[in-house]
Design a protein around this ligand. Structure first.
Ligand code: ATP
Ligand code: MG
Length: 557
């Protein structure tokens, strides 16, 4: 398979699936995306979503959305809803295949009884600490629990009483009876059920005080849904023998195959839900959808498109080797998308007034400008021009550095889409700060080169009499180092204190007044921007999505 846009890149999982279909081992494939609703989805989850839903699409199979909701302490409906919204926004549809592991609690309980009856599970009275001590280490085998050889009848009765709520939290567990001497610690009689009183589960309420573990729930849920290929991240490789043990020993209709791939790690951010939760709870960011967060909600608010995120996931690929992906890769995906799709507008972020002394006072003219330089089909808009304009402070220099191609005293510059102007005078305040520039325009240069001389620089501008004032939020990386909290240090110490700079008096061309929340633009010469939901009538707020060029190699801006 070649890497063309029409055919997605191949990878080892795609090859396994193609072979399983070719050999007749399966006649259709079924995958699932199994989030735990204990946080918002992040860009790492997007990799798993694009993989699972993408494979189902490409091979005409199905992909289920299943909430792995076995740990009610940390889960809630807000997270369930946000996850559904994010998967949909990314462009995927689970149809009528929305499931919760908690839908299977009754059946999972039945399978546990089946295991007990087969002599493959027992009720254990060791405390959590004792269980750990009995488990042994990587180099030493574990020891059998003193409760391992309870009779089937006693186990059945105790397990029923556990469910009935007769025993306090931590007093008893149900454990698989596998092998305490196994070199794989996951097989040393893993816990299948824990007692948890007093929690209200977001789906099952207070119906249960007994909760199955992830390692027990996951394989059986997969099997009950007829999943053919159960894709998970590499840290579950050592759990695969337990996955197989579960589906082999209970009466489920099929035996899914677990395949592991490496998780996505991205520079200059954190992806563990525990850390993301801390960033939100400790108010280092404004919420799960803060535009600096690596969450899908944050990226959406930052101006990322679903297409760019899917494209990024394709570019990252699927392998078994752990790696750290450069932020530049994510940014180039959104830059490529917005370069093709975002209308161009002019906005001055740090305004400096320029008075054009030979332009008739009170006159306004309308200048037509293309919405997209490469795509004429996107039409034109009209931009008002008048005797007073704003340019960006950084586009004027009294003592210009070598090679400076913008406005300087006595020098000329072209105003994009408009005239060539010359700086005649610099007006300063008592403190020496530049207040405004007096300039003259060559009124013959609208859409034409000036006669007999070359003007090298082009700058953007906004008519002062028509400008809309806006708030612009300029974001930088949330962390100062590529791997926050490396070596066990507190990741909070690596937070970049300058990750947000707010400009309150940016000046926009009036066409931007017609835009609504979520609309994306290129501010010419500045970058790509999106309208934030904090905007109110008369007070637009824009977020910087990404600059025009890759600046990641160049240190903090
Ligand atoms: P955390 O360990 O931070 O709590 P998680 O992996 O437990 O995250 P889940 O909600 O269980 O989060 O993940 C749902 C699915 O997304 C799983 O199949 C998981 O393997 C996958 N996933 C999570 N993080 C990544 C990542 N960084 N890269 C690729 N896949 C991921
Ligand atoms: Mg998980």
């Amino acid at each position: 398979m070649s890497d063309t846009p029409e055919t997605p890149r191949t990878n080892f999982i795609r090859q396994i699936i193609a072979a399983d279909l070719a050999s007749g081992r399966h006649d259709r494939i079924a995958t699932r995306f199994p989030p735990e609703p204990n946080g918002y989805l992040h860009i790492g989850h997007a990799k798993s979503i694009v993989l699972n839903f993408g494979l189902a699409q490409d091979f005409r199979g199905t992909c289920n959305l299943r909430f792995d909701d076995t740990n009610p302490h940390k889960e809630n409906v807000e997270f369930v809803d946000s996850i559904k919204a994010d998967v949909r926004w990314l462009g995927y549809d689970w149809g009528d295949r929305l499931f919760f592991a908690s839908d299977y609690f009754e059946r999972l309980y039945g399978f546990a009884i089946e295991l007990i009856e087969k002599g493959l599970a027992y009720v254990c009275d060791l405390s959590a600490e004792e269980t750990r001590a009995y488990r042994g280490t990587l180099t030493e085998p574990g020891r059998d629990s003193p409760y391992r050889n309870r009779s089937i009848e006693e186990n059945l009765s105790l397990f029923a009483r556990m469910r009935a709520g007769e025993f306090p939290d931590g007093s008893r567990t149900l454990r698989a009876r596998i092998d305490m001497a196994s070199p794989n610690i996951n097989l040393r009689d893993p816990v299948l059920y824990r007692i948890k009183h007093g929690v209200v589960h977001h789906q099952t309420g207070t119906a249960w005080c007994l909760y199955p573990t992830y390692d027990y729930t996951h394989p059986i849920s997969d099997a009950l849904e007829g999943i053919t290929h159960s894709l998970c991240t590499l840290e579950f490789e050592d759990h695969r023998p337990l996955y197989d043990w579960c589906v082999d020993n209970v009466s489920v209709p099929c035996k899914p195959r677990q395949i592991e791939f490496s998780r996505l790690n991205l520079e200059y951010t954190v992806m563990s839900k525990r850390r993301l939760t801390e960033l939100v709870a400790e108010r280092h960011v404004s919420g799960w959808d803060d535009p600096r967060m690596p969450t899908i909600a944050g990226l959406r608010r930052r101006g990322y498109t679903p297409a760019a995120i899917r494209d990024f996931c394709e570019r990252v690929g699927v392998t078994k080797s752990d790696n750290l992906v450069e932020m530049a890769l994510l940014e180039s995906a959104i830059r490529d998308d917005l370069d093709a799709t975002a209308p161009r507008r002019m906005a001055v972020l740090h305004p400096l007034k320029v008075v054009i002394s030979n332009y008739p006072p009170g006159r306004t003219e309308s200048i037509e400008a293309r919405n997209h330089p490469k795509d004429g089909a996107r039409g034109v808009r009209s931009i008002p021009f008048g005797p007073e304009i704003y340019i960006d402070r950084s586009d004027f220099a009294e003592a210009p550095p070598k090679g400076f191609k913008r406005l300087v005293p006595g020098g000329e510059v072209r105003l994009r889409n408009a005239y060539v102007i010359r700086c005649e005078e610099v007006i300063k305040g008592a403190d020496g700060k530049i207040l405004e520039i007096r300039a003259s325009a060559d009124l013959e240069t609208l859409g034409r080169d000036p006669q007999g001389r070359k003007v090298r620089g082009v700058i953007h501008w906004v008519s002062a009499g028509h400008a809309l004032r806006a708030e612009v939020r300029l974001y930088d990386r949330l962390f100062r180092v590529p791997v926050p909290g490396a070596g066990g240090a507190d990741f909070r110490n690596d937070i970049n204190p300058d990750s947000l700079r707010v400009v309150t008096d940016a000046m926009l061309e009036p066409a931007l007044g017609r835009a609504g929340t979520g609309d994306r633009f290129q501010f010419e010469r500045e970058g790509y921007f999106v309208i934030d939901p904090d905007s109110t009538p008369g007070h637009p707020v824009f977020n910087l999505t990404v600059g025009l060029r890759d600046t990641w190699g160049k240190g903090l801006q």
